[in-house]
Design a binder for this molecule. Structure first.
Ligand code: SF4
Ligand code: FES
Length: 249
């Protein structure tokens, strides 16, 4: 199929950006969206122009590094799919496709489609880990964790930190991301000693990074490639309320 791309090009965060038009010819439906961008970039290099800068690592939907707005949708039109796993068969011959970086003040553009998601790293550093000594690895059968708690924790742990929830939210809120990390650890015994401090500190860092508040639009859940449920935000609010009542600073 032949497509027309409208791609955001920006040399650096300090420079102004603009949409540029490119033809993508003979695109196979079996290509991923990133492979299609590779082919277009190879054409640009052959023509002596700068290739399109975009982020990726695993290309298997597990690292969370990729992520662009495709026709205004975070990760594109297929629900529960990262853009590295999005296949070009989801588009029609002759389509015009706009490709832009995540749009959020807390994710400043580095170049073209690449944004700085260091804010997520700083939120994790503020409490998204288990810091207590849990000793050596015990036999799995001796861990008193109900199957339902394991399953629920794994559902929350599926978050890959891609930032699509922020890009999709009109408030640029990262509450779905924070809630997935807080809920994941709060559901397991190893995470419970620090649960209150974790909720308090991660929310404080979220706010300090300039992300907005959640006002229940649920765009985050719709855009999330791992289909993280907004019910985790309710769990986060519960953990946060417990921390406030306990006077955790
Ligand atoms: S909650 Fe979903 S959209 Fe947000 S960072 Fe995690 S995986 Fe990405
Ligand atoms: S490149 Fe790893 S999730 Fe897309």
């Amino acid at each position: 199929m032949n497509l027309t791309l409208h791609v955001w090009r920006q040399k650096s965060g300090a420079k102004e950006g603009r949409m540029e038009r490119y033809d993508a010819k003979d695109v196979s439906g079996d290509m991923s969206f990133l492979e299609m961008l590779d082919v277009v970039s190879e054409g640009l290099i052959a023509a002596g122009q700068e290739p399109i800068a975009f982020d990726y690592d695993c290309r298997e939907g597990i690292c969370g590094t990729c992520g662009v707005m495709i026709n205004g949708l975070a990760h594109g039109p297929v629900r529960g799919t990262t853009c590295c796993q999005l296949h070009m068969r989801s588009f029609q011959d002759g389509d015009h496709i706009t490709v832009e970086p995540w749009r959020a003040a807390s994710f400043p553009v580095v170049k073209d489609l690449v944004v700085d998601r260091g804010a997520f790293d700083r939120i994790i550093q503020s409490g998204g880990y288990v810091g207590v000594n849990t000793g050596g690895a015990p036999d799995g059968n001796t861990l008193p964790i109900p199957q339902s708690a394991q399953e629920a924790a794994m559902d929350a742990a599926a978050c890959i930190g891609c930032g699509a929830c922020v890009a999709a939210c009109k408030n640029a809120s990262a509450m779905l991301f924070v809630s997935a990390k807080v809920a994941h650890l709060a559901m397991l015994p190893q995470g419970q000693p620090e649960a209150k401090a974790r909720a308090r500190h991660m929310v404080a860092q979220h706010d300090a990074e300039g992300f907005g508040s959640c006002t229940n639009y649920f765009e985050c859940e719709a855009a999330c490639p791992k289909e993280i449920s907004v019910k985790h935000i309710a769990i986060l609010n519960h953990e946060y309320a417990k921390a406030m009542l306990a006077g955790v600073e």
